[in-house]
Ligand binder design. Structure first.
Ligand SMILES: Nc1ncnc2c1ncn2[C@@H]1O[C@H](COP(=O)(O)OP(=O)(O)OP(=O)(O)O)[C@@H](O)[C@H]1O
Length: 323
């Protein structure tokens, strides 16, 4: 569905060059839900804009929905939907009229556009709002209208740039309900960017992490967490000398990394906490360390990013991007 090779984008602003995307390779098969994740300025939107033909690539190539982005941008646009970060609906038009007009823009007859608008109003739960103007809609309702507008021509592939950013938790959950429904009931391929680690973790089948314009990790959230971050084990002991002894024991465990202690808590990282825990507790017992409590914690995608870059995804910014 998406095949990109060495895609790059360079911007020149006031004689300064910004390497926004530095050689991205991508292969996305039909039917998946892919989350493109990365800190501010990582190059997510720029990649999306190149794949959707809104921005020409500096170099590299890509085919999207079977069409070459450079040779046949119109073909790409006919086959995909794109929901950008900003609302696309006009302020003073009624919701239904907006959808009908969009349908006509895509070459539908008025009757077909009306029928399609009716389907989309139902699909995105917008029927009760059909006569309202978009300026009167809430943030979540507007986002649903944006998605409906992006679906008017029945694309098989939908790009969404930060579909849930700026919404309250309830509206975010609601938007996600609709996105998952599109995927399940309409067999669409969805490619979206998000800042929310938990969303990517829980909803996407595949997570692609980008940083400084490059892909630095690609896999299921589960794979990435097991392969790149590992589980954390924390042990609580009775006093500080015992904590120091426990940290020494932890360091000698072959599968453990990032060992250390903080007060009476000792932590270590292992590939899997459930299988490592018995060995860890045995080693402590053999060394005469009395463990008061032991806990295994699954990593987050932020731990994955941290182990790859030494930075937290939550706090990363463009400030430390290399020139
Ligand atoms: N039109 C432009 N002109 C100059 N620089 C640009 C332009 N668009 C993007 N950039 C720069 O390219 C880099 C990547 O930007 P991009 O918007 O793709 O990042 P992003 O990962 O989508 O970030 P965010 O999560 O904040 O939306 C940034 O350094 C940004 O400032």
């Amino acid at each position: 569905m998406i095949h990109a090779r060495d895609l790059t984008k360079r911007f020149t602003v006031k004689k300064e060059t910004v390497e926004a995307v530095r050689g991205i390779d991508l292969d996305v098969e039909p039917g998946g839900l892919v989350a493109f994740l990365g800190p501010n300025g990582a190059g997510k939107s720029t990649t999306l804009r190149m794949l959707t033909t809104l921005l020409p690539a500096t170099s590299g190539s890509a085919t999207v929905a079977g069409c070459d982005i450079a040779a046949d941008p119109a073909g790409v646009r006919r086959r995909i939907g794109y929901i950008g970060q900003k609302n696309s609906a006009g302020e003073n038009f009624r919701v239904r009229d907006e959808l009908v007009t969009q349908g006509e823009c895509f070459g539908l007859t008025r009757a077909d556009a009306k029928r399609r608008a009716g389907e989309l109003l139902e699909l995105l739960s917008l029927e009760k709002l059909a006569k309202r103007t978009s300026s009167t809609l809430s943030g979540g309702q507007r986002r649903r209208l944006d998605i409906a507008l992006g679906l008017i021509h029945q694309p098989r592939l939908l790009f969404l740039d930060e579909p849930s950013t700026g919404l309250d938790p309830q509206s975010r959950a609601d938007i996600w309900g609709h996105i998952l429904r599109l995927r399940e009931e309409h067999d669409m391929t969805l490619f979206l960017t998000t800042h929310y680690l938990e969303e990517a973790d829980n909803m996407a089948e595949r997570v692609i992490i980008v940083d400084h314009g490059r892909v630095i990790a690609d896999g299921t959230a589960q794979q990435l967490k097991s392969d790149l971050a590992g589980d954390h084990i924390t042990l609580t002991v009775r006093d500080l000398p015992e904590a120091a002894r426990a940290a020494e024991v932890a360091e000698r465990i072959a599968t453990a990394v990032d060992t250390g202690s903080d007060g009476m808590t000792v932590r270590l990282r292992v590939p899997r906490a459930d299988t490592a825990m018995p060995e860890v507790l045995r080693a402590m017992e053999t060394a005469g360390v009395k463990v008061a409590a032991a806990e295994g914690v699954r990593p987050s995608l932020d731990d994955v990013f941290l182990s790859l870059t030494g930075r937290s995804l939550r706090e990363s910014d463009t400030a430390d991007a290399p020139a």
